[in-house]
Structures are given as C-alpha cells and as structure tokens.
Design a protein around this ligand. Structure first.
Ligand SMILES: Cc1ncc(COP(=O)(O)O)c(C=O)c1O
Length: 459
C-alpha cells in the first residue's frame, strides 16, 4: 500500500480525464453488455501488476459518461467546483464519521457552522437546527417522519393508528411518493394538488382537498411545497401555503433541493419568501452550487423534532460530550460521511459573495437561453423565468428522439421532461463553469444537427 503512488496515479488519470472532457465532452454511448465485456471488470483471486491496474482504471474512467463537461445538461447537477473537490478529497483521506465529537472533532464544527448559516439565511429563529442526510430524497423522508411523529408521538412505538394524509403538487419530486410508502403513510394517502400553467401549486385546490379529507374523518398532517420543481424549476406560493398549514395545523415542509441555492442571491432570494414559516426545509448544495454529489441539508424550525424522531441511545457509541456535539443523535444513519467539508472549503474560499455569483450566473445563462428560444419562431417554450430550466420543443421534432440522437452522435447530453401531456427538451443551466457563449452554443449545435439529420429525426 503506497498512498503517495496512488495519488500520483490519481493525478495522471485525472489529467487524462480533463483532457478527454475537452476533446470529447460527450462520451461515446456503448451498449451495456458490450461495454461490460470490453472493460476488464472481473474480480479474480490473484493480484494484477501496477501497470495493468492503472491501464484498466484509466479505461474505466474514460468510458464513463462525462457529467462534468460543458456539454452535460441532462440532470440537475454539472460542472466542477475545484475548491469543493479539494474538500471532498480531504474528507476521503481523513475518513471521518460524523456521529460523535469524539470521532469527528473539528469536522463537527464545520457541519454546525454551515447549518447555522443556512438557518440564518432562511430566517429560522432560536432553537432551530439541522443535519446532512445523504440526499434530497432522504431529507424529504426525514421531514415526513418528523411530521408524522409530531402529529402522533405514539406512531413510532405502536405503528400507524389512523390514516394520515399528505399533500404535494403534481410537479413535486417523486421522493414524496416513495417516502410515503417507507414512512407507513401509504402512497394512496398522498394527495396530488394540481398546478397552474407555470407548474406552481394551486392553493385553492389544496385548501379544498384538505376540507374534503377532514369532512371524511381523515387526518391531514403534512404539506410539501417545492422551491424549484424538478422539471420546470417553478416555485410554489410558499407564503400562501404557509397560511394554509397554519390554519389547519399541518407540518409545512419546503423541498428546496434545487431552488434553495437562491438564498445566496440578493436578486433571487425573494423566491424563498415564506420559507421562514416552514417547519422543515431541504436544500442540496450538489445541485446549483456545484459541490460534488451528494451534499444535502435538512434544517428544522424546532431542532427537538430531529432528536424526537431520530435519536437512539447507544452506549458503545455515545461516550461523552453533549447531544449538541454528537450529531448522530439527529441523523438517520449511524456512520455518516463528511459531506459538509466540501461545501465549507468552497464557501470559505469564495465567500457568500462567490456563492451568489454562482447562482446569479446560472440565472443569467438561463435568461439568455430563454430569450433566445422565445424570440425564435422554430421553438415552442414551456418554462417561465425565473428558472434555471429551459423547456422547449424545436421544429415539432419528437424530444425523446432528438435527445437520443444528440447523445448517440456525441453532440450533447440533454434530457426531456413533461408537463401534463406535453413532453419537451429540458435544458438545465446548472453548470456555472459554462460561459454565456458556451451555453448558447447549445442551440447552434442543436440547429446544425437538425439541419444535417433532417428527415431522420421526423417520426
Ligand atoms: C425538487 C427535488 N427534490 C428532491 C430531489 C432529490 O434529491 P436527491 O437526488 O439528492 O435525492 C430532487 C432531485 O432532482 C429534486 O429535483
């Protein structure tokens, strides 16, 4: 075992990857079986030589889809923030587990500092707190569990006693549905509230549905509002939803996994107005901020709710220090990766102003792209600013066919989404490493491609 030598190998392979990202920003698509057979993935009894090992590893890395290149627009993450990468590499070599101060030491302070800052940005008061779960889906899950236990503290001991009803919009993330199954609420007890043409929850419909459920003797307990919906990037009317939750005494959760990053922007933070009234708030720094996957936070107005739902005594683990320093008492897992450090190294080095620039730049990219498609007669646009999603169709070409062809020909990696019955291309302005020119080049590539392929793209 020679870590220095392995780090040299890392440097060599990373340099090759960087070069390949520039020369071939979209990886060749391989049929899975062929790919798995071409690469030497097999694990055997005997060791292999260093040179063979290095060659196999390099091939493996270079044949993996390039999600950090300037042509990757397929999901809600992209680019590479080097200061955050540095932090994550250090987290790996320190191999800290974040459950106790005894083991985590200074790193516990890093996590607490970030949570403190996020809480203050949202506008939560004294007594609030938070933690880093493994992602947005799990953050939403923790919110639902806290809401359930807040409604009836016996459930965690005795199991479900009655039918509880949760509310979310038709545009919300699918984790809400899955989480209802895990939490014992049941998928059938989620009420999907319709949205307007912008993809924002219709609050009158929410109110009507709650009344209807109450009149049937059911128990509403939880409302999920989304700040930055997965497809359109819309934000539900948080202030109005907060008022409904207050009226019916329901847990108000804001899923700001995508849109929460606007908290750093003087220009766009108004989008989160109303979050200060929420009971819980989820935010992913691995989306708009560009911290390596995954870096997710949930903060709660009353941090006792985290302890009430997630703490467990364990003598072998908690050997001193108060609960405030033993972060494991607030988390779903036992051993927990240090996801805070990579966000901290970025934030510490570029400051809150640097985070603001990242966010504002993404909106600048998105606004320019939106202006372009809305002023061009061959595009139909479905998304609405301010949003980092630009959803459109071009020349009536089937978006699924178009996205598949662009990938197959190694032009662009972009995906599609849908609102009601309409499917469209979903371009995401989430990679803040892209300049405006690089981002708008997307349309040039797309139009030239369609021009070249012509009839092949028509069904
Ligand atoms: C609005 C929203 N919430 C939650 C999630 C889930 O986050 P994660 O992928 O970290 O589980 C996503 C993912 O795209 C999302 O868009």
């Amino acid at each position: 075992m020679n870590i220095k030598k392995d780090l040299e190998t890392f440097d060599e392979i990373f340099t090759a990857l960087r070069q390949d990202e520039i020369e071939n920003p979209v990886s060749k698509v391989f049929e899975a079986q062929t790919l798995f057979e071409t690469l030497d993935l097999s694990l055997r009894d005997d060791p292999i030589s260093d040179d063979t090992f290095k060659a196999i590893l390099k091939e493996l890395v270079l044949k993996t889809p390039k999600t950090s290149s300037n042509r990757f627009f397929n999901q809600l993450f992209g680019g590479r923030q080097s200061r955050a990468v540095l932090g994550d590499l250090l987290a790996v070599v320190m191999n800290t587990s974040m459950y106790t101060y005894k083991v985590g030491g200074a790193q516990i302070g890093v996590e607490k500092e970030i949570i403190k800052q996020i809480i203050s940005k949202i506008g939560y008061g004294e007594g609030s707190g938070g933690t880093f779960p493994t992602g947005g889906s799990l953050s939403n899950f923790m919110a639902m569990i806290m809401a359930r236990d807040h409604f009836n503290a016996d459930i965690k001991h005795k199991g479900m006693q009655q039918t509880l009803i949760a509310y979310t919009s038709t545009e919300s993330h699918y984790s809400i549905d899955k989480n209802a199954a895990f939490a014992g609420i049941g998928r059938d007890n989620i009420r999907y509230i319709r949205t307007n043409f912008r993809g924002e929850m219709q609050v009158e419909a929410l109110d009507k549905q709650i009344k209807e459920d109450l009149s049937k003797g059911l128990q509403p307990f939880f409302v999920n509002a989304t700040a930055g919906t997965t497809v359109l990037g819309s934000t539900d009317p948080l202030n109005e939803i907060a008022a409904v939750c207050q009226q019916y005494k329901l847990w108000f959760h804001v899923d700001a996994a995508l849109g929460g990053a606007v908290m750093f922007s003087e220009k766009y933070k108004y989008l989160l107005k109303g979050s200060e009234y929420s009971d819980s708030f989820a935010f992913n720094a691995h989306k708009m901020i560009g911290v390596p996957l995954s870096c997710s936070m949930i903060v709660v107005q009353d941090k006792r709710k985290l302890y009430q739902s997630f703490s467990n005594e364990a003598d072998y683990l908690y050997q001193g220090d108060d609960d405030d320093l033993n972060l494991g008492k607030m988390s779903l897992q036992c051993g927990r990766r240090n996801d805070a450090l990579k966000f901290w190294t970025l934030w510490k080095s570029i400051g809150t102003k640097g985070l603001e620039q990242i966010v504002d730049h993404q909106f600048e990219l998105a606004n320019k792209a939106h202006d372009y498609v809305s002023s061009h007669p061959d595009y139909i646009v479905y998304s609405h600013p301010p949003s980092i999603s630009i959803c459109f169709n071009y020349k009536n070409i089937d978006p699924k066919l178009l996205c598949a062809a662009l990938l197959e020909e190694q032009e662009i990696m972009v995906g599609y989404g849908a609102l009601a019955d309409t499917t469209f291309v979903r371009l995401i302005a989430v990679n803040s490493n892209n300049s405006v020119e690089e981002f708008l080049e997307f349309f040039n590539i797309l139009e030239n491609f369609v021009e070249r392929k012509g009839d092949e793209l028509v069904k």
